[in-house]
Design a protein around this ligand. Structure first.
Ligand SMILES: *[C@@H]1O[C@H](CO)[C@@H](O)[C@H](O)[C@H]1NC(C)=O
Ligand SMILES: *[C@@H]1O[C@H](CO)[C@@H](O)[C@H](O)[C@H]1NC(C)=O
Ligand SMILES: *[C@@H]1O[C@H](CO)[C@@H](O)[C@H](O)[C@H]1NC(C)=O
Length: 184
């Protein structure tokens, strides 16, 4: 009798402990997902017509036409990049990625991203706001999707970003897999 009581007691203790940490078991599934690409062409003194990004801050001893040494630490770039549905720079843009990146790590290539997707196409109207640390050398990394407007009113989630291509310090293309876990 007493052992049975103990077993039941432990069963309920287990239940209450496991329900206190639901994250252990829950499988999160996005309520909405979209994959987009954006293309960044950094001004290098010769490509004014095509450049979509400008270095606006550089550490002492560096300049605004070439990213600084020591993992670009201290550089800040502002960008207004075309967004496309596929990985072709010349595809019709569906919006602009606008914001900045800050190189904020001295011993590896990491930038801090803060930008908005301003989408204006037949498929999507609205904005999506992104923030987070981008360890560029890692193949696939996650940043936060902190909110949105229009079609993305009050949406939040995670964006998985991958460097799809790069050419020296002048061009790179990011693949952004936006996964919303909160949709309205
Ligand atoms: C700008 O892009 C066009 C088309 O890709 C290319 O032909 C041209 O050489 C580029 N101009 C500069 C200044 O990079
Ligand atoms: C910018 O810095 C780079 C590297 O130190 C140097 O080669 C280049 O001449 C500088 N450009 C200007 C415009 O000062
Ligand atoms: C979206 O595109 C339409 C058609 O090109 C244009 O009239 C409108 O001003 C654009 N809206 C924004 C917010 O850029």
């Amino acid at each position: 009798m007493r052992t049975a009581g103990c077993v039941i007691l432990f069963f309920f203790m287990f239940l209450s402990v496991s329900s206190a940490y639901p994250g252990w078991m829950r499988q999160y599934k996005p309520c909405k997902q979209l994959v987009l690409y954006f293309h960044d062409i950094i001004y290098n003194g010769q490509n004014a017509a095509n450049a979509t990004a400008a270095i606006v801050a550089a550490p002492e001893g560096a300049n605004l036409t070439i990213l600084a040494g020591q993992f670009h630490f201290g550089n800040i770039a502002v960008f207004d990049d075309p967004i496309t549905l596929d990985n072709n720079l010349h595809s019709p843009p569906v919006g602009r990625a606008q914001g900045m990146y800050i190189y904020d790590t001295k011993d590896t290539f990491t930038s801090w991203l803060g930008f908005t997707f301003v989408l204006n196409s037949t498929k999507h109207q609205g904005t999506i706001n992104f923030i987070g640390a981008d360890p560029i050398m890692v193949k696939s990394r996650d940043i936060s999707v902190v909110g949105g407007t229009g079609d993305f009113f009050m949406h939040r989630g995670i964006a998985t970003i991958m460097t799809d291509a790069f050419e020296g310090d002048v061009y790179f293309r990011l693949r952004v897999d936006v996964k919303f876990y909160e949709c309205w």
